[in-house]
Design a protein around this ligand. Structure first.
Ligand code: CP3
Length: 353
């Protein structure tokens, strides 16, 4: 694997990595860097290896998962791998009829609307996903000192896919259910919190060194609704790995007003999108959490001089938080030139904390 003396030595353990140290607010020589959606369509080697294999199917083949997860680590020399999977994998594993449609996202055959639909969400156990345990074990052995980030979708974001039946801009059905039948909403989210928490636990038990809970669409909510209807369930999901000694990253898009509440749900690191400056985010978080972010993915298409200035600005602002993990403000767009990502990694590696 592409690595340098700073990231890794043959004997180093991932728990001493720059990523885990920054997440815990411990000093490191420079900010660690990785990218959300670093494994994916921006890489020609990904498009080649996925040829003829459906997305959900690819997530269940340990050999494939291992190779895809390693691709961006090998190419870019990022400081962490993120497990190649999807937030809807555990839902499919417990029997929800869904598919990931290319260019669209997760599509659920029968959207959730009534109490009877809860019967379609049994608890997730390790027996549902023996392949996930195997994939993580294979990966951890290959990665050596480079940490593997496990992840899950948060209850709200998962609920939105189940209730809307697919991607939604307004989350109107989801919000209507939340307010019209709060008891059903809480029961649905309690089941999803168990599934998310168990999915995280399974990855950490198999060797993941950190986790990220993706509440990608939580930014659609007011702070009041977030605190009442969502935060208690995300807290349960994050608490599932509280005793396992791994730092927890909690991320959402458009969550500037929710940052402190997302930290308070039980994270060590709060992910910040590009809409809020990192220094401002650190202030809103009251110095209690490390931050992750937050280069605007759209700027990956700007001239290098623009990207460089932004990266330097973000690293400087990151110094105002107890720890900073460099990342984008959201996932890598499929059309990204992968060489730009490699160049960003090299630049961050040249900067001190
Ligand atoms: O590199 C990584 O970050 C790890 C892999 C990863 C995937 N999905 C692979 C994937 C991760 C962490 C996810 C999480 C995920 N999935 C989220 C949360 C992160 C975010 O972006 O906010 C969400 C909302 C989903 C749901 C989902 N799955 C969407 C919106 C899409 C995109 C649909 C499309 O085709 O544009 C997917 C499919 C998906 N998940 C792809 C990948 C690489 C693309 C499918 C393909 O390559 O065929």
């Amino acid at each position: 694997l592409r690595s340098d003396a700073d990231t890794a030595s043959a004997t180093a353990h991932p728990r001493d990595s720059l990523l885990v140290r920054a997440a815990r607010g411990r000093p490191g020589s420079r900010p660690p860097v990785w990218f959300m959606r670093q494994a994916g369509r921006s890489l020609p080697e990904y498009r080649a290896i996925r040829e003829g294999v459906a997305m959900l199917e690819s997530c269940r083949r340990p050999e494939l998962v291992t190779q895809i997860t390693l691709q961006p680590v090998r190419r870019h020399g990022v400081d962490a791998a993120i497990f190649f999977s999807d937030i809807v994998v555990p839902l499919a594993a417990v029997g929800v009829d869904l598919d990931i449609v290319p260019g669209v996202g997760p599509v659920v055959a029968q959207p959730f609307a009534t109490r009877a639909d809860l019967d379609r969400l049994p608890a997730l156990t390790p027996e549902h996903v023996p392949d996930i345990t195997e994939s993580v074990r294979l990966l951890v052995a290959e990665l050596g000192p480079t940490p593997l980030i496990g992840f899950a979708g948060a209850p709200f974001t998962l609920a939105s896919y189940l209730v809307e039946g697919g991607p939604s801009k307004t989350h109107a059905r989801t919000k209507a259910l939340m307010h019209a039948d709060p008891q059903l909403w809480h029961d649905l989210c309690a089941r999803l919190a168990q599934i998310s928490g168990a999915f995280l636990q399974i990855q950490v038990a198999a060797g993941a060194s950190a986790i990220q809970l993706f509440d990608s669409w939580a930014g659609a909510l007011s702070l009041a609704d977030y605190v009442q209807f969502v935060q208690p369930h995300s807290r349960v999901a994050l608490a599932a790995v509280a005793e396992l000694d791994v730092p927890r990253i909690h991320f959402g898009v458009g969550t500037g007003e929710l940052l402190a509440a997302m930290g308070d749900a039980g994270a060590e690191v709060v992910g910040v999108d590009f809409r809020v400056d990192l220094a401002e985010a650190a202030q809103r978080l009251g110095g209690r959490y490390a931050v992750q972010g937050n280069l605007d993915p759209a700027l990956l298409f700007a001239p290098w001089e623009v990207v460089e200035a932004q990266v330097r600005r973000i690293v400087e602002q990151g110094r105002t938080a107890p720890g900073h993990i460099f990342n984008l403000g959201h996932g890598v767009p499929p059309e990204t030139d992968p060489d730009v990502l490699t160049r960003i990694v090299d630049l961050v590696k040249s900067l001190a904390t």
